[in-house]
Design a protein around this ligand. Structure first.
Ligand code: NOJ
Length: 754
């Protein structure tokens, strides 16, 4: 539809029709009857269903088409309904959770993943996905760190813009793509004490310099929607924050798409004590520029009277409606209200061999090897025990893979069993001891349940069975298998319900029942490889010290087992790097590598009194951002540069850009991929700067003995920050550039900006 036709349509709509475009209903409104949903009274429920502009949570091409047909027949101008869903890390083919994707340090794999998710979801009736989540996360107590790509603004920005490009493709009108919704604007990851839905206090400096950068990149990549966050920011709930939404998001970031509230967030201004009632909340939200009210009645019930009473300018309503109509138009709904959804197409494209292969590749690249003493991995022995509740667990996805069928997930046990050189047996009662010539024998034992009795999970679930007897049996079986084996692979982890929304924890350790299993097995195992399935950095207690090898597997998705077995068996050398610091203890939270310099830095050696430190714990992470081993070893040269001076102003001396180069050598005996990371520190500046900031990374695959030069370009723009003048600019002076394999690198080179 042409812009003038959209405007004509807008002009022809009644105020009620307009307001209802701003209303989003939950899927239950269309799937159940009034009595079940309990939304409003019966009369307003019918009106909502007839006129609401969008819905979330419905999938299935046939269902979507039927709902769309009925809706459009009743909508006075036959304006199509918009269907949205959280497709976060997969629709049918599920990729590693976003934190795991961050560990790949490979935006392209996330772009491809988003493209596949879009293709599957669009064929299944989805037109908008509530992804990517670009919240900067530094506090592992917050369960939603799993949905982010980590603690670094640069990495987050690269990953999020790749995801936006993957979801949206060249055009969202394309039937294989969906519109992306960047969330949660802004600062949701900084919820105080890591408690979900809590308030956020951030200085404007930190907000702009670190927290807003990722969203900005995703928006610049063309995301069509942005979602407000649940938190307050310095006392103001995001959905009512005019400065944040109008000045920063719309004006500074040039966002002209649709701004949607998070679920119920407009209404939450009432319990926050920021609005007297839903009517005042509606006024605050529309004035802040929130176009769609997700699942409250604030807009539906109040916008008409607010406009009639002259309390809200009707122009704001028209602007919001136009943005929503524009989005529907861009998606092509006026021409094809199903956006290409069809059962046949869905069946043809979904869970394809090619998609699963890409997901498998993403898994392999997301695994982070934290320890590998005496080359315990890849597995070499022929008697292997695969123990632990995650050995055969089908729940390898996260709480946000809403449409997946867990039966399609390949477990570690199944992947091992598929391998031609493996004979797989359950426990000690099968197999008589021989696997066949040149074959590994893999014996599996669950060992324990995932959870302790009476554990509270996300979304209000409880795990309260009494499993003591079952666990005793499981443990005894596992002990037998461990005693038989030459190497034990112990698969431990958090439960699926322990990370995601509403899963904040003050204890970020594994459940006691699994730690008991760990000790019992450690005591018996000749060699112990521990695999950790998790949505957040954990306090790993004694696991790293007592394991011979340690591999972080995140929540790897449907191809989890395959990707993990590829790495365990040595077909693929691990290359993942931590996107978030793993602490020594939860008391370090929030912890991140890019901290501000302090006036009393702790000396690396000697007396540490009256310096910034803990008495009982290092300042640094146990495993830092950017860290991860491979099956090989690498050397890196000192950085060399083609110039020591970077030019700033028109008349300055120096070069427009300088190139910094290191030589990287694979000094081991297997081919492997290393991630070379570039960090910069501004040594003296008008505001205290982080001790290091990631500014670039490159993955390089090298054969044994092979060397390659890896170069990074540094330009003036990379040195800008939110200065004392309250603008982004660079300041002349000295800079230190570090190039290494993780954020603790001391391999540096100094240059000047003048
Ligand atoms: C609430 C979550 O915070 C948000 O991330 C999600 O997209 C919406 N619910 C819709 O499911």
């Amino acid at each position: 539809m042409k812009q003038e036709d959209l405007l004509a349509l807008l002009n022809d709509m009644t105020p009620e029709e307009k307001i209802m475009q701003l209303v989003q209903l939950p899927g239950s409104a269309f799937e159940s009857d009034f009595a079940v949903t309990g939304i409003a009274d019966e009369a307003s429920f019918d009106k909502l269903k007839k006129l609401a502009g969008s819905v979330l949570g419905i999938r299935g091409a046939e269902k979507v088409k039927a709902i769309q047909d009925e809706y459009m027949a009743g909508q006075p101008h036959h304006i199509p309904l918009l269907f949205m869903l959280d497709v976060i890390h997969g629709h049918d083919t599920v990729f590693p959770c976003p934190l795991g994707q961050g560990a790949t340090f490979e935006p392209e794999i996330s772009r491809k993943g988003a493209e596949i998710q879009a293709k599957e979801a669009a064929a299944d009736g989805i037109q908008v996905t509530f992804s990517p989540m670009v919240d900067l996360v530094r506090d592992a107590r917050w369960g939603r760190v799993m949905e982010s790509t980590g603690e670094d603004p640069y990495l987050n920005g690269e990953m999020a813009s790749a995801m936006v490009r993957g979801y949206q493709g060249e055009s969202v009108a394309d039937k294989e793509h969906v519109a992306a919704c960047v969330k949660h604007f802004a600062g949701y990851g900084a919820s105080e004490a890591g408690r979900d839905y809590n308030s956020v206090e951030l200085s404007e400096y930190t907000l702009r310099d670190q927290y807003l950068k990722g969203y900005d990149k995703a928006i610049s990549a063309g995301a069509k929607l942005v979602m407000t966050s649940f938190n307050t920011l310095n006392g103001i709930p995001s959905s009512g924050n005019k400065w944040l939404m109008r000045d920063i998001l719309r004006k500074e970031m040039n966002f002209d798409g649709v701004l949607i509230s998070d679920w119920g967030a407009i209404g939450e201004m009432v319990p926050w004590g920021f609005a007297r009632d839903l009517k005042e909340a509606a006024k605050l939200a529309i004035e802040a520029g929130v176009d769609i009210d997700m699942c409250t009645e604030s807009y539906a019930a109040n916008l008409a009277s607010l406009i009639e009473e002259g309390k809200v300018d009707g122009k704001l309503l028209d602007e919001a409606v136009l943005r929503i109509l524009n989005l529907k138009n861009e998606i092509g709904l006026f021409e094809d209200p199903y956006h290409g959804a069809s059962k046949e197409r869905y069946e043809a494209v979904t869970f394809s061999k090619e998609s699963r292969e890409i997901a498998r590749d993403a898994v392999r690249k997301s695994l982070v090897l934290l320890k590998n003493d005496e080359e315990t991995l890849p597995l070499k022995d022929s008697n292997i025990a695969l123990i632990g509740p995650y050995a055969s667990c089908k729940n390898l996805h996260s709480s946000w893979a809403l449409s997946l069928d867990p039966e399609k997930t390949v477990t570690v046990m199944e992947a091992a069993g598929e391998s031609k050189d493996v004979s797989l047996f359950l426990g000690m009662n099968q197999g008589g001891g021989l696997g066949g010539l040149n074959k590994k024998i893999v014996r599996v034992a669950k060992g324990s349940t995932i959870l302790d009795n009476d554990t509270v999970l996300g979304f209000g679930e409880y795990h309260n069975e009494s499993l003591d007897e079952e666990n005793e049996k499981l443990l005894n079986e596992a002990i037998e298998v461990a005693e038989w084996a030459d190497t034990v692979v112990l698969c431990l982890g958090e439960d699926i319900g322990q990370s995601g929304e509403s899963t904040s924890r003050t204890n970020i350790m594994l459940p006691d029942i699994q730690m008991e299993l760990f000790y019992e097995i450690r005591r018996r195992a000749k060699k112990l490889v521990t695999l950790i399935f998790t949505g957040r950095p954990l306090d790993l207690e004694c696991i790293p010290d007592l394991s011979d090898a340690l591999l972080i597997c995140w929540r790897p998705g449907t191809e989890g087992g395959h990707g993990i077995w590829d790495v365990l068996s040595g077909k693929f050398s691990p290359s993942g790097k931590l996107p978030m610091s793993f602490p020594w203890a939860v008391g370090q939270a929030p912890i991140h590598y890019n901290v501000f310099a302090t006036g009393r830095p702790k000396p690396t050696e000697g007396v540490t009194n009256f310096t910034t430190r803990y008495l009982d714990c290092p300042n640094e992470a146990r495993y830092p951002f950017g860290y991860g081993l491979t099956y090989s070893s690498f050397d890196i040269s000192k950085p060399v540069s083609d110039n020591d001076v970077l030019k700033k102003g028109e008349n300055a001396t120096g070069a427009d850009k300088i190139n910094v180069t290191v030589k990287v050598t694979n000094t081991g005996v297997v081919a492997a991929t290393q991630t070379v990371q570039l960090y910069i520190r501004d040594l003296v500046s008008s505001r205290v700067r982080p001790v290091k900031e990631l500014k670039g990374f490159k993955k390089v695959r090298l054969l044994p003995g092979e060397s390659k030069d890896v170069s990074f370009e540094i330009n003036e723009e990379m040195l800008r920050f939110w200065t004392i003048n309250n603008k982004f600019e660079s300041e002349e002076g000295d800079f230190r550039v570090y190039v290494g394999f993780d954020s603790t690198t001391e391999n540096f080179y100094d240059f000047k900006l003048s």
